[in-house]
Design a protein around this ligand. Structure first.
Ligand code: MOS
Length: 737
C-alpha cells in the first residue's frame, strides 16, 4: 500500500489488542532459556561446529611486517587459519568504515587480522595466542581536541542531512542580543555495552552461506555480506531471530559474521565466532566523543533571537560525524540560526550509530545550555522552553510538525513531579549531609518513515502466521506485530504466530533509529489489508464491506469463521507500506520531558539519582507495557551517560583503555531509583496507518542533561564535561559544616 495521505479511521482504531499492555509473547521462551541466540544453534547444524577465535591488531596504525602462523597451525585441534593473505579478494560493505579483516595495513587497534579455527574453543584460543605478528607502526592522531583544528564539514548523507545550516543572520542577532550565552560542552566516546556480544555461526551449502548472527538490519547485512564475500546476495541466508540487545552496535555486519563465513568456507564445516567482551570495544564501533559550542541570544523576555550549535567529532577516513546538532535545527524557535557538524580524522576504532545517534549527545549539551540560559534570564526552565516553542520547523517555516506536544509534556511532568516546590537557588536544599536538587530537560527524537514489508498466512483453523525480516532486539517487536495482525483480522493474540529475522522473509524497516515499531507494524497492516480482501473474495463478501471480529467475518446477517476462507488451502498475502511525501510536508518528531531529583553528598561528592519521571508524546502507543520498558531502559542508559560512561582514550597508543565491563561502567540496579513514565494521548495520522511513532530513543534524549541540571541545582557546580563524576564536583562543593 502507498501511504501518501494522512490515515483516516481504520481497524486499528478499535484498540481491542493494539494499545493494550499485553505481555511479551516471547517472554516465556526467553525466561526459560529456550529462545536460541546466534551462538546457540548447534541443533540446527548439519554437523558439529568448529570454533573460531580472532587475533586483533596490537597497534593502532601502520602495517604488519611479518606474520608467523607455523606454531599456531601445529597446535592441537587447529583446522585452518584465515588471514587477509589467504582469504582471497574481499570487498567492503557500505556500512563499515575499516576493513573487517585487516592486514597488511592496520587501520585501528584490535582490528581483526586472523581467525584461528579449531575443534574446540580452548584449542582455538590457545592457538591464537601462538600467532606471531611483527608490526611497523606509523603515527596516528587519537586526540579529538588536537584534531579539531583540522576538522571540516563532511559531505551530506541521506541519514544525517546537511553538515551545516544557516538561517537569517546569526552573528548580527547574537551580537545585538541583550542577553547572550556562549559555552562549550564535551561528551566522551561511549560503548553500546549490550548484554549479548557480537556472535555468529556460519556454514556453507551449495555455494550459499547460511549465517546465524546477532543483527538488527537483515537486508542491509545481506547486502554487505555479499559485497564483502564477493558473492551474489541470494547466496547469503542470514538469520537473527533473537538478539540480546544492540543499541546500534549490531546495525551492520561486523567481523564475527565475515570471519565465521570465511572460516567455515576454509574448514568446510560450520564455524562459530563470538567476540570476547574485552575485544568488542576496540574491534567494533562506538559513539564518538563530541565537542559542542552553543551560543544563544535572547530578548529580556526570554524569546530566543539567535541560536548556534557547532559540534566536532572524529572518525576514521570515510566515517561520518556524530550528528549532535540535528535537534537544534528543530527544537526551539528563533529567527537567526547556525548549525555546523565538523568532522576530524582520527585513527581510533570506527565511530558509528549508538542509540539516538546525534540527538543523545546533542541534547546532553543543548539542554544544559537551555538551563543555563534560563537562569541568566531569571526564568523557570520550563517557562523558558515554553516561550520558545514552535509548531513549525524553525528552519523551514512553512513546514508544520505532524504533532508536537513538547509544552504539554513539560506541563504534565511539572505537575506530576512537584516542580513548583523546587528551590531555584542552587545549593540551598539539604537533608543532613545530602544536597538535594531537581532538574529537567526536554526530550526530542525524530521519526523516520521507511518502507516495510510483511507476509501473513491464514490457515483453516483461523490462525495467522506473520513473516517479516523485522528483528526484535529486546524491544517487543514480536508482540506488537502479533497485536497488529490480531487487531486487523479480528482474532485473539494467541492465534497469531510471528516469525522474524530471516532473510527469506519480506524486507522490513528493521530495528534502528526508533523507526522499527511504526514502520514494521504498518507493513503487517498492509499485508493484513490484502488478506482481508482475499478472505472477503473467498467468502463471497467482497461487495459487502465485511467486518473482522472475534474470529468471525461478518457481512449483514452472515457470519463465517475466518478460517473457512482457507478451506481450499492456506491464504497468503504479502504487501509493504510505502510512503509518499508526508515527511517532506510535515516534520515528524517525538517529544518528551524528563524530570530528575538527585542527592549529592556534601563531603564526598557522591551523586545518587533519587527519582526520575519521563513524559512522552510519541504518537499512538502500540503496547504501553513494552513501550514503558523501552523508556525506563533508555532513562537508565541516560544515567550511565550522565554519571559513568566514558571510554578513556590512550592518546599515545590509540585505543580505548577500559575495554571491558569492569572498566567501562554502566548503571546497575542499585544506581536506579524510582522511575515513572507517562505517555500523553496522541495519535499521529501523518506518521503511518498505525498512527504511531517510536519511543526507544526518545526515552534517552535529554535524560543526562536533566541529571546534570539537577546536580547543578543541588550543588551550584556546573559541569560541562561528561560524565559528571564526583572529582569534577569536589572543589566547588560547599564546606562541610
Ligand atoms: Mo539505533 S543507534 O539506530 O540501533
Amino acid at each position: 500500500m502507498k501511504f501518501a495521505i494522512p490515515a483516516t479511521s481504520n481497524p486499528i482504531d478499535r484498540l481491542k489488542v493494539i494499545g493494550q499492555p499485553v505481555d511479551r509473547i516471547d517472554g516465556p521462551l526467553k525466561t526459560t532459556g529456550r529462545a536460541p541466540y546466534a551462538y546457540e544453534h548447534h541443533q540446527d547444524l548439519p554437523m558439529p561446529p568448529a570454533y573460531g577465535v580472532i587475533v586483533g591488531s596490537a597497534i593502532a596504525k601502520g602495517r604488519i611486517s611479518f606474520m608467523d602462523l607455523a606454531a599456531a597451525k601445529a597446535a592441537p585441534g587447529v583446522l585452518t587459519i584465515v588471514t587477509a593473505a589467504n582469504a582471497g579478494k574481499l570487498g567492503k560493505g557500505v556500512f563499515n568504515t575499516a576493513k573487517l579483516l585487516g592486514g597488511p595495513d592496520i587501520q585501528h587497534y584490535h582490528q581483526s587480522i586472523a581467525l584461528v579455527v579449531a575443534q574446540t574453543f580452548e584449542q582455538a584460543r590457545h592457538a591464537a595466542s601462538l600467532v606471531r605478528v611483527e608490526y611497523v607502526s606509523s603515527v596516528g592522531e587519537f586526540d579529538l581536541r588536537k584534531a579539531k583544528g583540522n576538522a571540516g564539514l563532511p559531505p551530506p548523507n541521506p541519514f544525517d542531512g546537511p553538515a551545516q545550516t544557516r538561517i537569517g543572520d546569526f552573528s548580527k542577532a547574537f551580537s545585538s542580543a541583550p542577553v547572550t550565552f556562549d559555552e562549550t560542552y564535551t561528551t566522551p566516546d561511549q560503548s553500546h555495552a549490550m548484554m549479548e556480544p557480537h556472535a555468529s555461526i556460519a556454514w556453507w551449502a551449495g555455494g550459499q552461506v547460511h549465517l546465524w548472527t546477532s543483527n538488527q538490519m537483515i537486508a542491509w547485512s545481506v547486502a554487505d555480506m555479499a559485497t564483502t564475500l564477493g558473492i551474489s546476495p541470494d547466496k547469503v541466508h542470514l538469520m537473527s531471530p533473537y538478539i540480546g540487545g544492540g543499541f546500534g552496535a549490531k546495525l551492520f555486519v561486523r567481523t564475527d559474521a565475515v570471519l565465521a563465513a570465511l572460516g567455515a568456507r576454509a574448514a568446510a564445516r560450520p564455524v562459530k565466532v563470538a567476540l570476547a567482551r574485552p575485544f568488542i570495544i576496540n574491534n567494533t564501533t562506538h559513539r564518538p566523543a563530541t565537542i559542542q559550542r552553543i551560543r544563544l541570544g535572547a530578548e529580556r523576555d526570554g524569546r530566543l533571537t539567535a541560536i548556534a550549535h557547532e559540534t566536532w567529532s572524529g572518525n576514521l577516513p570515510g566515517g561520518g560525524p556524530e550528528t549532535a546538532a540535528n535537534q537544534t535545527r528543530l527544537l526551539y524557535a528563533g529567527a537567526n540560526r547556525l548549525t555546523a557538524m565538523r568532522l576530524a580524522l582520527l585513527d581510533l576504532p570506527e565511530g558509528a550509530a549508538m542509540r539516538a545517534p546525534g540527538e543523545a549527545p546533542g541534547m546532553m549539551a543543548l539542554e544544559v545550555a537551555m538551563d543555563e540560559m534560563a537562569e541568566k534570564l531569571k526564568l523557570d526552565p520550563v517557562e523558558f522552553r515554553a516561550i520558545n516553542d514552535t509548531q513549525v520547523d524553525p528552519e523551514k517555516r512553512d513546514r508544520p510538525f505532524s504533532q508536537r506536544q513538547l509544552v504539554q509534556c513539560m506541563r504534565v511532568g511539572a505537575e506530576r513531579f512537584g516542580w513548583a516546590r523546587r528551590d531555584r537557588q542552587p545549593g540551598n536544599s539539604r537533608e543532613g549531609r545530602w544536597l538535594i536538587g531537581q532538574g529537567m530537560a526536554a526530550a526530542f527524537r525524530n521519526h523516520v518513515q521507511m518502507k516495510s514489508a510483511a507476509r501473513v498466512r491464514l490457515d483453516i483453523q483461523g490462525r495467522l502466521t506473520v513473516e517479516t525480516d523485522m528483528t526484535d532486539i529486546g524491544t517487543g517487536s514480536y508482540t506488537i506485530l502479533a497485536q497488529t495482525a490480531a487487531e486487523m483480522m479480528g482474532v485473539r493474540l494467541e492465534d497469531v504466530t510471528v516469525l522474524l529475522g530471516d532473510s527469506v522473509f519480506p524486507v522490513s524497516a528493521g530495528s534502528g533509529g526508533q523507526f522499527g515499531a511504526s514502520n514494521s507494524t504498518s507493513g503487517v497492516y498492509a499485508a493484513c489489508l490484502k488478506l482481508r480482501e482475499m478472505v472477503a473474495q473467498r467468502l463471497g463478501m467482497q461487495d459487502a464491506a465485511p467486518t473482522f471480529a472475534e474470529g468471525q467475518v461478518r457481512a449483514g446477517e452472515r457470519a463465517v469463521p475466518l478460517g473457512q476462507a482457507a478451506t481450499n488451502g492456506e491464504l497468503v498475502a504479502e504487501d509493504a507500506v510505502e510512503y509518499g511525501d508526508l515527511d517532506k510536508k510535515y516534520q515528524q518528531s517525538t517529544f518528551g520531558a524528563h524530570f530528575v531529583e538527585v542527592a549529592v553528598d556534601t563531603a564526598t561528592g557522591e551523586i545518587r539519582v533519587r527519582r526520575m519521571l519521563a513524559v512522552c508524546a510519541a504518537g499512538r502507543i502500540l503496547n504501553p507495557k513494552s513501550a514503558r520498558s523501552q523508556v525506563i531502559g533508555a532513562m537508565t542508559m541516560g544515567v550511565g551517560a550522565a554519571l559513568m560512561e566514558d571510554l578513556v582514550v590512550d592518546k599515545r597508543r590509540g585505543f580505548f583503555v577500559n575495554h571491558d565491563l569492569a572498566g567501562y561502567e554502566v548503571p546497575v540496579h542499585a544506581d536506579i531509583p524510582h522511575q515513572e513514565v507517562i505517555f500523553l494521548d496522541e495519535v499521529d495520522p501523518i506518521a503511518s496507518p498505525m498512527k504511531a511513532k517510536g519511543v526507544g530513543e526518545l526515552g534517552l534524549c535529554g535524560v543526562a542533561a536533566a541529571i546534570a541540571n539537577a546536580i547543578y541545582n543541588a550543588t551550584g557546580v556546573r559541569v560541562r564535561d561528561y560524565p559528571v563524576t564526583l572529582d569534577k564536583l569536589l572543589a566547588g562543593l560547599p564546606a562541610v559544616v
